[in-house]
Design a protein around this ligand. Structure first.
Ligand code: G16
Length: 542
């Protein structure tokens, strides 16, 4: 390692005094002005990870759903998954080190992980549209270069596109071509094949309004449009030309506030969806003729996709084990419907796609979605081979056609990570094939009324949780108080957890009526404020 070069460049990317940050739910997130040194150091770490795995590693500069002023960085492992947890700890340690400690920490990581320093390193870099992203990705490049790594800067890409390209590169392009065009071609082809059998329908059914959160999704959808078959008419809104990223729009806004985004006018019964800031999440919605807003979140998406896959599996007559993975935020009705009506096993993990992804890998087919719209479907290697073989060789026409559909789903879904564009195409294909309107999809089960709130506290680490984040272990008395409050309402449930992407504590509550869900969420927020060191004004009732 050229420590002189590292020392010289580290000094150009100084750490603000007293700042400590942790690799959270999806990497580091903070105000953009705090992140320069972290970007540089993640460039260094990515080189070591690349040498260790003898693979290309991805570095994505984005803060996804956070406000435009924030930024962040996540590292992408060889098959396009999130960085493994042992290396998250190295990332945190390297980030919080004083400048003079960097050399020792790098050496320690190399020793612990037996990194061969003579191995070449290759890094793929991408960034979102935030004004701060370009400069910050330059700092990543400085980090990569100062340890002699090679890099390919893809510039503006969605997070899932970068994950996809890392996976393509490390599978010798077995997964696809490691270019943005390769991504468009692969997905468009699979979408075209999949929807071949859908009966043609009118413009109303083919139209989809998409709120792109004023982010990268708009740019990439416009690029992709010319590859897509004309069966789908997409209309892009909130394309970032006039308004701020994620401001009163985007998947997170729509999900949390349960209302349509600004900048998109909805006619009754029109099918709409929202992406988030880096296009890795999606939620659908519509307004009914009475003007009521209906949200179809990650839970409804998981139900739609798993129902469709289950039907195809029944047709091909092969027993492949399918499960759905959710988090504590999953609506109680969705879990009940999946388990009791569809007879699909459901598993619950901590928040963060990294946790859901790992659980989903345990099954032949693992469908995972967070309620916030972040999710995908994983097919085990064996399941994929079986399906591809049936699609090619099965004599029975009906079975072969069903296997072909599954094969196209495999190619259409981005198995590396949740992907708004890919998920949207899967959903649109299923709706077209089943001839379902958004209202019919919505009617599959009825959500329990729910509410999500945020509470500001001095230090959110005072809250520690267990049981997949459904119970608070600390501070003392908080869980007892929540239990007492929950008992006051029917069909109720509530939990609190510190966010891993924002400086807040998140509160979730559901109950038999919206009024009760709101009231329970408010009461739990007050308990957090009182018992966990709330700052600012106490939470106001809704
Ligand atoms: C990230 C993670 C998601 C997580 C979300 C909120 O999403 O990738 O898995 O659900 O943050 O996490 P938290 O509640 O810990 O703040 P994104 O879209 O912001 O990358």
């Amino acid at each position: 390692m050229d420590f002189e070069k590292v020392a010289k460049y580290s000094a150009l990317h100084p750490k603000p005094a007293g700042l400590t940050l942790q690799y959270g739910t999806a990497g580091f997130r903070s105000k953009a002005e705090h992140l320069d040194h972290i970007m540089y150091r993640m460039g260094l770490l990515a080189v070591l990870r690349s040498k260790k795995t003898k693979s290309t590693i991805g570095v994505m500069v984005t803060a996804s759903h956070n406000p435009e002023e924030d930024n962040g960085v996540k590292l992408v492992d060889p098959l396009g998954e999130m960085l493994i947890s042992a290396w998250e700890e190295y990332a945190t340690c390297l980030t919080n080190a004083e400048e003079q400690e960097i050399q020792n920490i790098l050496t320690e990581i190399c020793q612990k992980e037996a990194v061969n320093l003579h191995q070449d390193a290759s890094i793929f870099i991408g960034r979102d549209t935030r004004p701060s992203s370009e400069k910050l990705s330059q700092s990543v490049i400085d980090g990569v270069s100062s340890l002699g790594g090679q890099y390919h800067d893809y510039g503006l890409v969605t997070t899932p596109q970068l994950h996809y390209m890392v996976c393509c590169q490390n599978t010798q392009e077995h997964y696809g071509k490691a270019t943005v065009e390769g991504y468009y071609q692969k997905l468009s082809k699979a979408f075209g094949e999949l929807t071949k059998q859908a009966s043609s329908c009118g413009d109303d059914q083919r139209s989809l309004k998409i709120d792109c959160a004023n982010g990268i999704g708009a740019l990439k959808l416009k690029e992709m449009e010319r590859y897509l078959p004309k069966k789908l008419l997409i209309h892009v809104y909130n394309d970032g030309i006039k308004e701020k990223l994620n401001h009163l729009c985007g998947a997170d806004f729509v999900k949390v506030y349960q209302k349509p985004p600004l900048g998109l006018e909805i006619k009754p019964n029109e099918r709409c969806c929202s992406f988030d800031g880096d296009a890795d999440r999606i939620v659908y919605y519509y307004n009914d003729t009475a003007g009521h807003f209906h949200l179809l979140d990650g839970d409804k998406i998981a139900t739609l996709i798993s129902t469709f896959i289950k039907e195809l599996l029944t047709k091909i007559g092969k027993t492949l084990e399918m499960a759905v993975v959710q988090t504590a935020y999953a609506n109680g009705s969705s879990t009940r419907y999946l388990e009791e009506t569809m007879k699909v096993p459901v598993h619950c993990t901590k928040t963060g796609v990294k946790h859901l992804h790992h659980k989903a890998q345990e099954f032949d087919i693992g469908v995972y979605f967070e309620a916030n719209g972040h999710g995908t479907v994983l097919f085990s290697k064996a399941a994929e081979e079986k399906i591809r073989q049936l699609a090619k060789e099965e004599k029975d026409n009906q079975k072969r056609e069903a296997a072909k559909m599954l094969e196209n789903i495999i190619d259409l879904i981005n198995q590396t990570v949740g992907d708004a564009i890919s998920d949207m195409l899967v959903i649109e294909a299923i709706l077209a094939l089943k001839g379902l309107t958004v209202q019919q999809w919505d009617a599959i089960y009825e959500d329990l009324p729910n509410r999500q709130l945020k509470v500001k506290v001095a230090d959110r680490r005072v809250i520690d949780t267990t049981a997949a984040e459904t119970r608070a272990v600390t501070p003392p008395g908080l869980q007892e108080k929540i239990d007492e409050l929950v008992k006051k309402y029917r069909l109720s449930r509530a939990f609190v957890r510190p966010s891993g992407t924002e400086d807040v504590v998140r509160v979730y509550a559901e109950a038999d009526t919206q009024e009760n869900a709101d009231s329970l969420a408010h009461e739990v927020s007050l308990a957090v404020y009182r018992l966990a060191g709330g700052i600012g004004e106490p939470p106001q009732s809704m």
